[in-house]
Design a binder for this molecule. Structure first.
Ligand code: NAD
Ligand code: UDP
Ligand code: UDP
Length: 327
């Protein structure tokens, strides 16, 4: 181990993003040295500005599609836009980020002997015909659709992780993350929870795609990060994959109604076309995480939404304040 003063050196790629910034917070609070590498495509300095002066935190502007030479004990590979709007903006770059990014980070792990975590996704199951989804299910993914840059990129990254494990003995940990929400999601990120909350707080119409009968299972960010840490701290060499998510399943209309209730908004629902290849249902089977990591989510949707609404409320009021000051 490459510990200085008993502290592990940990690289977090995508560390200025929504999940990455919460992970950096937890790793710093545990007394580790953290290198956060991010190209700021969807992440923001604001997410980590409270860490910038911390003596054990270092920020590097870096695109993971290029090699990175640092000395580390652990790597968390989170770099990749996660929202459909963002990952479809430059689909070729999305695939490069997943595939070249995985190769570079795995090369780094191989050279340094670091344990490496991959933020994979429930999207590897595509539009599933098995419900709920367990890790043994191989998925139903369109290889040539508009979501493929993300889905197939992440699937290829999983292949690379398992081949570096089998071929070179790299200690890999592959987590399949299901829809997660919480403070520091980007307000224009396009994902359903942030969209609905921002629309409700502004009194704008709530955009339900399709009939809103499709389902998702929403995990609060603190629960998810706890799952990451337990997986990486597991001494048993267990590569996964492990589903991490909250098995409580909601229709999109039910989510919209809950957000309206919790914000006290007068916004009305409007229906917009369902995007291509939008999965109809999604819910994790978390038996493996329960058994191996002794992990399960503890935050109910209502409780997590209240915290997330408070975050966006403050963000939107401070933005309104700025506009007023400039005016
Ligand atoms: P996010 O968009 O907030 O964060 C992604 C971060 O990666 C951003 O800071 C972005 O600037 C950075 N990034 C993108 N391309 C990069 C590149 N080429 N080089 C360096 N940095 C780059 O998204 P998030 O929700 O925090 O997602 C983090 C990871 O978790 C992603 O890999 C995503 O696929 C995965 N994931 C998230 C969810 C979820 O519900 N939040 C679900 C499944 C998987
Ligand atoms: N790499 C990196 N940092 C390192 C070691 C490797 O970014 O510390 C990158 C490098 O670009 C390389 C890739 O990881 O191309 C894969 O490394 P590997 O050793 O598997 O392959 P090779 O170097 O033989 O191409
Ligand atoms: N969705 C919606 N309105 C929005 C944003 C998303 O109805 O403003 C729907 C979307 O069609 C999908 C679900 O909510 O069925 C979750 O979308 P998101 O982009 O958050 O994540 P996904 O699970 O599709 O990657």
């Amino acid at each position: 181990m490459r510990k200085y003063n008993g502290r592990s050196q940990i690289l977090v790629t995508g560390g200025a993003g929504f999940l990455g910034s919460h992970l950096c917070d937890r790793l710093i609070a545990q007394g580790n040295e953290v290198i956060c590498a991010d190209n700021f495509f969807t992440g923001s300095k604001r997410n980590i500005e409270h860490l910038l002066d911390h003596p054990h935190f270092e920020l590097v502007r870096h695109d993971v599609t290029f090699p990175l030479y640092v000395e580390v004990d652990e790597i968390y590979n989170l770099a990749c836009p996660a929202s459909p709007v963002h990952y479809q903006h430059d689909p070729v770059q999305t695939t490069k980020t997943s595939v070249h990014g995985a190769i570079n980070m795995l090369g780094l792990a191989k050279r340094t002997g670091a344990r490496i975590f991959q933020a994979s996704t429930s999207e590897v199951y595509g539009d599933p015909d098995v419900h709920p989804q367990a890790e043994r299910y191989w998925g139903r993914v369109n290889p040539i659709g508009v979501r493929s840059c993300y889905d197939e990129g992440k699937r290829c990254a999983e292949t690379l992780f398992f081949d570096y494990h089998r071929q070179y003995g790299v200690d890999v940990r592959v987590a399949r993350i299901f829809n997660t929400y919480g403070p520091r999601m980007h307000p224009n990120d396009g994902r359903v929870v942030s969209n609905f909350i921002v629309q409700a707080l502004r009194g704008d119409p709530i955009t339900v795609y399709g009939k809103g009968e499709q389902t998702r299972s929403f995990c609060y960010v603190d629960d998810l990060i706890e799952g990451f840490l337990r997986f990486m701290r597991l001494e048993e060499p267990f590569p996964g994959p492990v589903n991490l998510g909250n098995p409580a399943e909601f229709t999109i209309v039910a989510l919209a109604e809950l957000v309206i209730r919790l914000t006290g908004s007068r916004s009305k629902l409007v229906h917009a076309p369902l995007p291509a290849d939008d999965p109809m249902q999604r819910k994790p089977d978390i038996s493996v995480a329960r058994e191996k990591l002794l992990w399960e989510p503890t935050v109910q949707l209502r409780e997590g939404l209240v915290k997330t609404i408070a975050y966006f409320d403050e963000l939107l009021s401070s933005e309104r304040g700025k506009v007023l000051k400039i005016a």
